[in-house]
Design a protein around this ligand. Structure first.
Ligand code: SF4
Length: 388
């Protein structure tokens, strides 16, 4: 396990408390997207296809703190866009650490060397560097040559300065299990916290629509990769993941889980995103409004077409973590026997009753945000006019 003991104990205690209180829905990781602007344009990214006015929006330090005050999740993952483009990012991280949160700062690492001295190592703070495999895989995924080397250099720099550091690795259709395994072998020698791996979500706005994995392909790919992991272990290469073993077991097709989108509530420049980090089907003004007014049963695998292929960590990691508290023998089984990579898979959720996807929702939200931005600009200009 790549999660430090203090974090595992505190998060375990938090989950237990929620269960004892009888809370059915509670957050584990607050996903903060402080901006959508990025200095890369990855092939599988569905987060940056906005007009410039929206890409130029930022969540202020004040609003970032308010989000963490509203939402009791013990962990905050800061994603984007590229968070290091946000000028107040060091202050946001510092404020969260002072609030006692565990902070994961996701970055493509292009700006890390320039910005790293604005941050201090802390036991509850971890850099999470985007690396979708070896040089060829990663540079193809981010659609730019040379990014892999820069990310590796940044990772080494981060380690040399005493920071906790992990890797965020998204896999797409066509990934070669041998290459993925060789990449995890290489990572095993890097002395990092671990890898957070996941299949990519089939974002409707991503430039490359052809390489998203469906559920069956996801399970087959991860089984093939984990099979190779067992061979690597025999050669002394122990792969470390920052995720729950039951989430990895789910990726290998051994668990049939429904998602828990409220486990990773997302705050971005539109507001609190409904229902999850991956899907923007509506926005609430406050965290409480998100929890109270979202019709959660409308979403998830089997309920909504846009969810049909989803097995992403932000939707299912919380399910797996909660399950490991409810059924600890399951986690013990994986710990003792390893992840099953042969034989029958768990029966999956049927998809035939899923309601049809609404593909107009993106345009509606963009239009409404643009109207809000233009109204705010007009109000500022009117206020700046000298009175006649
Ligand atoms: S399955 Fe769940 S986590 Fe995945 S997109 Fe649908 S609501 Fe979000």
């Amino acid at each position: 396990m790549g999660v430090p003991l203090n974090q595992a104990v505190r998060v375990g205690g938090y989950i237990l408390k929620q269960h004892l209180k009888g809370n059915k829905r509670y957050p584990l990781v607050l996903m903060l997207e402080p901006l959508f602007r990025c200095n890369l344009a990855c092939q599988g990214c569905g987060k940056i296809d906005y007009p410039n006015e929206i890409l130029n929006q930022r969540i202020s330090l004040e609003d970032a703190i308010k989000a963490a005050e509203e939402c009791p999740a013990p962990i905050i993952a800061i994603a984007g866009g590229e968070p290091l483009l946000h000028k107040e990012m060091p202050q946001i991280v510092e404020a969260y650490l002072k609030m006692g949160k565990f902070v994961i700062l996701c970055t493509n690492a292009l700006l890390l060397e320039k910005k790293i001295d604005q941050y201090k190592p802390h036991k509850n703070f971890c850099w999470d560097i985007h690396l979708d495999g070896d040089k060829e895989m990663h540079d193809r995924s981010v659609d730019q040559d040379g990014v892999y080397e820069r990310a590796i250099d940044a990772l080494k720099l981060s380690k040399s300065k005493g920071f906790r550091t992990s890797i965020n690795c998204t896999l797409f259709d066509g990934a070669d299990p041998d290459r993925v395994a060789a990449f995890f072998d290489m990572v095993a020698d890097l002395d990092i916290e671990g890898v957070m791996t996941s299949p990519g979500y089939a974002y409707e706005r991503a430039p490359d629509q052809e390489h998203f994995l469906n559920r069956q392909r996801t399970k087959e790919l991860f089984r093939a990769v984990f099979r190779r992991g067992k061979e690597s272990k025999k050669r002394g290469k122990v792969w470390k993941f920052t995720q729950s073993p039951l989430f990895l077991d789910f990726l290998a097709g051994n668990q049939s889980y429904a998602c828990t989108p409220w486990g990773n509530p997302t705050r971005n420049v539109f507001g609190w995103q409904r229902p999850c980090y991956l899907l923007g089907e509506g926005y609430a003004k406050t965290y409480q409004e998100l929890m109270d007014s979202t019709d959660w049963d409308k979403y998830g695998v089997g309920n909504y077409e846009k969810c049909s292929d989803c097995m992403v960590h932000s939707g299912f990691e919380a399910t797996a973590v909660m399950d490991s508290i409810k059924r600890p023998w399951q986690i013990a089984k994986v710990a003792l026997k390893g992840i099953k990579t042969e034989g029958a898979m768990a029966k999956d959720i049927p998809l035939d009753k899923a309601r049809k996807a609404d593909f107009n929702v993106f345009t509606r939200h963009v239009d409404s945000k643009m109207a809000e931005i233009h109204a705010a600009k007009a109000a500022r200009q009117a206020a700046a006019q000298p009175a006649e």
